[in-house]
Design a binder for this molecule. Structure first.
Ligand code: GDP
Ligand code: IMO
Ligand code: MG
Length: 432
């Protein structure tokens, strides 16, 4: 089975955009299955840098189709703006991008509700403020608006007005901001609907037909498994199923049609927003890693919190997703470190634990157990052959593979497409 999932093995920003862009050459359709424009997937091609938010990364390659599945939440204004930006940059979108009629629509009310939840003292998640969580809340609450509704003004009007009335009650009760102009925003959304209508299809039917026709699908995860609504560091998570389990529900492609799952992980780890982070590095070393790795959010520009590679976390996300192989990115960022600590275990109340703690309190109380590995003291940036890597860099990767129990199938040594090594003889090499 040749359909492949590529997703984040940590807390997001692992370099999924780069990896999907590179591997999409061998696939016909690239599919997003969850999240929304909270994602920021960076692709560097020569001097050109593109940050994809809602549009699947496959759009950057000629003759590939890009599909926004039903599990995604769509802000129509953000999507239209992204499409315009791509077309202005000479990347044709028309006829290649398809949006599920069952995807949910983010409205101005969702952003307003998020202001409310994020302004509760001491209870903010540190979200991207894109209305993502409140939109998923309405989806699960069975009062959401879907793309199929948006593009049919007769259907759209009453649903939009009902949702507006519900949210106005909450806004007024909490004395939050100004009321949303329902008439004006509805008209605006009707216009968005008319513009998006040509892209809207039953993507589940389309993808299953593509599989029957022998086409290969690449599923592009957003966020990371530790931000998954079920399996992540709840409540400091996003509101969707970022793990491999989200693929089937978020696209309508059955689990039996998914061939393999690839985990993308940094050679260290980062996180944006609030929540526990056992291997976080405070002080000068953390600053250094942030500076060398240019660890600032692609969407919000916020500085990313940086930490050392966390084996228990990776073992956990490998279990949840059943990783067949790992892609280790940003190896080059560690080039100048003389010693590289790797967390190989968690202690809680002085005892080694084997399962990932379920509560924020326990996760925050975990003491990482470190093993110090020697740095390699030579540049790896831009290396494209495994045998050209310094021996100690290969030892580091080997250590990660042994400790996590998953092969390292590919290594990224820079942001460019070409700065990548697919390990000869790896399972990943055969999967591609
Ligand atoms: P994504 O959300 O998982 O697609 O990741 P982001 O795009 O948010 O963040 C990854 C950042 O690291 C981007 O700026 C990439 O250009 C950059 N990047 C990816 N791989 C590498 C690498 O191997 N080395 C370096 N130095 N940068 C990389
Ligand atoms: P990509 O796809 C990193 C984080 C936010 C916040 C939490 C909830 O680029 O890896 P949300 O707005 O989703 O309700 O915020 O999730 N977050 C991300 N962190 N990368 C992302 O996406 C993220 N998308 C959301 O910072 O902590
Ligand atoms: Mg990102």
């Amino acid at each position: 089975m040749s359909n492949l999932v590529v997703l984040g093995a940590q807390w997001g920003d692992e370099g999924k955009g780069k990896v999907v862009d590179l591997f999409s050459e061998r696939f016909d359709v690239v599919v997003r299955y969850q999240g929304g424009h909270n994602a920021g997937h960076t692709v560097r091609i020569g001097d050109r840098k593109v940050i994809l938010k809602l549009v699947p990364t496959g759009i950057l390659r000629k003759n590939k189709q890009a599909v926004i599945g039903n599990g995604v939440v769509v802000d129509p204004a953000a999507l239209l703006q992204e499409i315009e930006g791509l077309e202005a940059a000479g990347i044709p979108v028309k006829g290649r991008l398809f949006v599920s009629n069952r995807a949910h629509v983010i409205t101005p009310f969702h952003r307003l509700m998020e202001q409310l939840s994020e302004s509760r003292p001491g209870r903010a998640i540190g979200t991207t403020s894109r209305g993502i969580g409140p939109c998923y809340e309405d989806k699960v609450g069975r009062r959401g608006i879907r793309i199929a509704d948006l593009i049919d003004p007769e259907v759209f009007r009453p649903i939009y007005d009902n949702l507006a009335a519900d949210k106005e009650v909450i806004r007024a009760a909490f004395n939050l901001g100004e009321p949303v102009d329902v008439e004006a925003t509805r008209r605006q959304y009707e216009e968005y609907g008319a513009r998006l209508a040509p892209l809207v299809v039953d993507t589940a039917a389309m993808l299953n037909a593509a599989i029957r026709d022998g086409k290969r699908l690449l599923f592009e995860g957003a966020q990371g498994t530790m931000l998954d609504i079920d399996h992540g560091t709840y409540p400091y998570v996003t509101s969707s199923s970022a793990g491999a389990g989200g693929v089937a529900s978020g696209t309508g492609v059955a689990p039996t049609r998914i061939g393999a799952v690839l985990g993308v992980t940094k050679a260290y780890i980062t996180r944006v927003g609030g929540g526990p982070f056992p291997t976080e590095i405070h002080g000068a070393t953390g600053e250094e890693l942030r500076k060398i790795g240019n660890e600032f959010g692609a969407v919000t520009g916020r500085p990313r919190r940086c930490g050392w590679f966390d084996v228990p976390l990776l073992r956990y996300t490998a279990m949840i997703n059943g990783f067949d192989s790992l892609v280790v990115t940003k190896l080059d960022v560690l080039d100048s470190f003389r010693e590289i600590p790797v967390c190989t275990g968690y202690k809680l109340c002085g005892k080694l634990i084997t399962d990932m703690p379920a509560t924020t309190q326990a996760m925050a109380a975990v003491e990482p157990v470190y093993e110090n590995l020697p740095g390699w003291g030579k540049p790896t940036a831009g290396i494209t052959k495994y045998s050209d890597l310094p021996a100690r860099a290969r030892d580091y990767l080997q250590f990660l593979a042994e400790q996590t129990g998953v092969e390292v199938g590919a290594i990224s040594t820079g942001p460019e497409r070409s700065q990548t090594i697919v390990v000869p003889g790896s399972k990943l090499e055969k999967l591609l």
